[in-house]
Ligand binder design. Structure first.
Ligand SMILES: NC(=O)c1ccc[n+]([C@@H]2O[C@H](COP(=O)([O-])OP(=O)(O)OC[C@H]3O[C@@H](n4cnc5c(N)ncnc54)[C@H](OP(=O)(O)O)[C@@H]3O)[C@@H](O)[C@H]2O)c1
Length: 299
């Protein structure tokens, strides 16, 4: 049985994003701002969100994923991170993403290559930093088959200018990754992934590992619930494995991703302190080969 109150984020080991070492269990900030991530209506409980961030760092989380476009009417993920954690611990790696933008009313747009600098600077202002550790180029659905060279080239120039230390890509195909790597080094790929992922995605995870690139899944818990969050319905297989380990289904989902390779990092998102502790503790779970095979069977 897992004791979620004591397991540190280092339990699943570490990975290097370029020259920056992170514990493999990190934290995603998208759920901190309100009940639904992009809902301009009901804001989250500010003190609770701040408590979750501070507790995450106490538990050893040193990899936080965020974005300037994670905001509700009265809460901004970047501002909460700044308020909760600055002055930042030396080992804290904050990863943000650009290309999507939202205006003050929350309406979406996509940046031109020239506008990426403004998006990077917006993150710097909100986080209160003078450089960003890692910036992911978050590719729009409309570019699923197109080139990302212009945008990635613009981001690489901002890296050369010292505003960004390392680059990543998000919502990409293997073709996008290859194109990006022909322009500048890539330290991570951030894509949706989890139990039930199709064979192509499994292959992409493997390819990233072979190239020494971190694979950072999102929706590992939420699955098909995606932005709407965890659905609360689980397959019998996930439930059975969870029972066998005295763990929750969410923990099994995270543990499964972490056991797909040492380069797979977790960034579970929550605004619930108990879920945070459970997610960090999932790094200590070790699923057997038989359990991994059962879970990979498609659920
Ligand atoms: N690059 C991209 O395009 C992209 C897209 C989406 C997300 N992301 C990043 O990836 C991170 C992870 O994605 P995510 O937050 O959407 O999905 P997730 O981590 O798969 O799941 C979050 C959902 O599961 C619930 N949950 C979390 N821990 C739980 C637990 N231990 N037990 C039961 N329920 C639990 C959360 O609700 P509670 O708050 O109630 O716990 C929320 O509904 C985000 O926070 C964000 O930083 C990136």
């Amino acid at each position: 049985m897992l004791d979620s109150t004591t397991v540190p984020a280092a339990a699943a080991g570490t990975w290097k994003l370029g020259d920056l070492t992170v514990n493999r269990v990190g934290f995603g900030a998208m759920r901190l701002t309100g009940t639904a991530p992009f809902d301009m209506g009901e804001p989250s409980d500010r003190e609770r969100s701040i408590r979750v961030l501070r507790r995450a760092v106490e538990l050893g989380v040193n990899h936080i994923d965020t974005a300037a476009f994670y905001f509700s009417s009265l809460r901004s993920a970047n501002e909460l991170i700044n308020r909760a954690l600055a002055p930042y611990p030396d080992d804290l790696v904050i990863v943000t993403k650009v290309w999507p933008g939202r205006n003050a009313s929350g309406e979406w747009s996509w940046a031109t290559p020239e506008q990426l600098r403004g998006q990077v600077e917006e993150n710097l202002r909100q986080l209160g930093r003078d450089h960003l550790d890692v910036v992911n180029l978050r590719v729009p659905p409309s570019r699923r088959t197109g080139s990302i060279a212009e945008h990635f080239g613009a981001l690489a120039a901002l890296r050369d200018a010292g505003l960004i230390r390392h680059l990543g890509v998000s919502n990409v195909t293997p073709g996008h990754l290859a194109e990006a790597r022909s322009i500048a080094p890539v330290v991570c790929v951030q894509n949706p992934y989890g139990i039930g992922a199709p064979a192509d995605d499994q292959e992409f995870v493997r390819t990233c590992g072979e190239q020494g690139i971190a694979f950072v899944p999102f929706f590992a818990i939420a699955g098909e619930g995606a932005e709407a969050g965890a659905t609360g319905t689980e397959s019998d297989v996930v439930l059975a494995v969870a029972r066998a380990h005295g763990a929750t289904p969410a923990q099994i989902r995270l543990a499964w991703t972490l056991q797909q390779g040492p380069h797979v990092l977790a960034i579970p998102g929550t605004s619930n302190p108990d879920h945070l502790a459970d997610n960090v503790a999932a790094g200590a779970l070790r699923l057997s080969d038989a359990e991994l095979a059962l879970l990979s069977g498609g659920h």
